[in-house]
Design a protein around this ligand. Structure first.
Ligand SMILES: Nc1nc2c(c(=O)[nH]1)N[C@H]1C(S)=C(S)[C@@H](COP(=O)(O)O)O[C@H]1N2
Ligand SMILES: [Mo]
Length: 219
């Protein structure tokens, strides 16, 4: 696989020998982890925390925010825009996951989330061409919190757009009505209250990277 991907060639300018040296630590990690068969460990529901930790609310303090009026605004690469209600998203196949959520501040907790797998979402809305871009950018409705996610992680089979926690709709504090759950990343990449989604080959802006954290923040 290391020798066959066109992206590898782009990184190294074509030569195979210097390939490994040209990759930095993050990229090596990233390539090892995102072969499709690498899944994050999951747990039985009985292990999931009932009192789920809540951490940091950047981009979630807009007093004008109205959950009834919320739409997920998706801008496709052809310029087309989708404005999706939470009901449209809930109508898609639901996937649940119980995994160990890890915050860079040093805590972790086994948590139970549910929503639509990102790959299912992309397929359902015909966004495959957009998803070929190297990055997905997500922002809160007020634009105050934002993350950039590399394509491989966004499309990882355990990445979900979550609207439930412990079988109940997300609470405000956990990112209602829709948040990202991306088990291959630290908590900072799990954007709460997603407002917009777009796609690009350049790295989207990332709030936590601006604070000095690793852009990829993979596990
Ligand atoms: N919009 C938004 N999303 C966010 C954050 C935030 O401050 N604002 N904090 C991040 C961090 S640091 C963590 S650890 C998780 C915490 O999610 P929780 O509050 O559901 O535990 O959300 C992430 N997503
Ligand atoms: Mo965090």
């Amino acid at each position: 696989m290391l020798n066959s991907s066109p992206e590898q060639t782009a990184v190294t300018g074509g030569a195979h020998k210097p390939l490994r040296r040209a990759l930095n630590q993050t990229e090596l990690f990233f390539r090892r982890i995102f072969s499709d068969n690498h899944l994050v460990r999951t747990y039985p529901k009985s292990r999931a925390a009932q009192r789920v930790r809540e951490n940091s609310h950047i981009g979630m303090r807009d007093p004008g925010f109205c959950i009834e009026d919320w739409r997920l605004v998706v801008t496709a690469v052809d310029g087309k825009q989708l404005q999706l209600s939470i009901d449209e998203i809930r109508a898609l196949p639901k996937t649940e996951i119980v995994f160990d959520f890890k915050c860079v501040e040093g805590w972790d907790q086994i948590q139970h989330w549910a929503g639509v797998r990102m790959v299912d979402f992309i397929r359902h809305f015909g966004l495959e061409q957009s998803a070929e871009k190297k990055y997905m950018g997500l922002e809160t409705p007020d634009g105050k919190c934002y993350v950039g996610i590399d394509r491989e992680s966004a499309l990882h089979p355990q990445t979900i757009l979550a609207y439930e926690m412990n079988d109940r709709p997300l609470t405000d504090g956990h990112g209602a009505p829709l948040r990202l759950i991306i088990p291959v990343k630290y908590g900072i990449k799990n954007l709460k209250r997603i407002g917009t989604m777009n796609f690009s080959d350049g790295r989207p802006r990332d709030y936590w990277a601006e604070q000095g954290y690793d852009y990829y923040s993979g596990l």
